[in-house]
Design a protein around this ligand. Sequence first.
Ligand SMILES: Nc1nc2c(ncn2[C@@H]2O[C@H](COP(=O)(O)OP(=O)(O)O)[C@@H](O)[C@H]2O)c(=O)[nH]1
Ligand SMILES: [Mg+2]
Length: 309
Amino acid sequence: MSLFKNFNFNKLKEGLSKTRDKIVNSITETVTGKAVIDELTLDQIEEILLGSDIGFDTTEKIIESVKRNLKSERDRSGEKIIDLIKKELTDVLSIKNYDSKELSLNKPYIILIVGVNGVGKTTTIGKLANNYKKIGKKVIVGAADTFRAAANEQLEIWAKRADVDIIQSTQGTDPSSVVFETVKKSIDQNYDVVLIDTAGRLHNKINLMSELDKIRRVIKKLLPEAPHETLLIVDANTGQNAILQAEEFSKVTAISGLVITKLDGTAKGGVVFQIVAKQNIPVRFIGIGEGIDDLQEFDSISFVEAIFN
Ligand SMILES: Nc1nc2c(ncn2[C@@H]2O[C@H](COP(=O)(O)OP(=O)(O)O)[C@@H](O)[C@H]2O)c(=O)[nH]1
Ligand SMILES: [Mg+2]
């Protein structure tokens, strides 16, 4: 069940149009008019899937399943093949997602946002703040990206747009002091949701690890069960790099969910399947535009439908 009220299937479909061109339209062309799918057609489908960022493992799973079904089923039409592909893709994404009860059971509910520079962390926080605010939550954001000078200002703009509170910082401040202040205030003043922005420096793994460790320790000192979610933000446009980032971040800290941004206007949406299959981390939200309302809760069935529809 969705928590936010902004789900818009048409917008999702529109955002995924280039991904659809790459995956579905090519497959449809290949199978159209074929009453029976032969080996050659299967090879062509495999080639299309391999070129579509969904990854080798998922492609092989799909091809195996299609072969199995071709043997046993009477219906060997192109349509049937598309259905099988959709089913396999949905399966990949259907790993345990988050339980919406958690939000009401934990107050304040702390969400830590991590990811490399430019992937959309601050923007995602603005969009999330807006969504939580709209469902009646008292929200505060913490500007713990103290690395870039403009980071605080950017988050401040988003906080104003979403009409939520912010703990600001100046460049060079210890991020964990900002985190402490934010979480402390959220406890003292009865906030529901806390969103923490962080700096995304992956150039030095040791640094990143110790910084994220310190942030987590500070949060846990105040709230032992928090952070309730640690979301890794990745930019779909970066394709294989997004997969590497998920790998690297998983090594340095526990990631509870993914946010995949910039799915609008990229043909690399297939990367969503590859990241989930490789890291076994659920996708929580997807970004489909730069506007405040362009973040949706992720749902595997609608996502696959939107690609194929
Ligand atoms: N098209 C599109 N742009 C996005 C999306 N999310 C973020 N952006 C853009 O990505 C750029 C970097 O975002 P920012 O939040 O500053 O990234 P950060 O460095 O990780 O905090 C900005 O220009 C955002 O408008 C999205 O879902 N779609
Ligand atoms: Mg930022």
